[in-house]
Design a protein. Sequence first.
Length: 107
Amino acid sequence: MKSIHTQTELDQETLAAVVADAVARASQAKKDSKRWVNAIARATVELESNPFMTFNHDSHSLLIMSSTSGVTYESNGVCQCPAFAQGFPCWHRAAAKLVVNYLERVQ
Ligand SMILES: [Zn+2]
């Protein structure tokens, strides 16, 4: 399997556990803690509802087409969105990290 369609292929219970861990860690982050918690919350909603998100195993990146703007982002540690350009956390990167953590948990 080379890619995962996140809306349909993630187990909701496992994802919830991964999200809980991520929120707990983000809450204790020294920098941008609140922004990361918010990014994780948005990422969780998008992972469950946005049909245009695919994780690629080869590039370890999450392809995301925004359901509101129609813009496509490819996110792993970096992103192409305005928030990332300004040095802020963004939900694209949060979503990519959640998928990576999820895959580590189920392996
Ligand atoms: Zn982004």
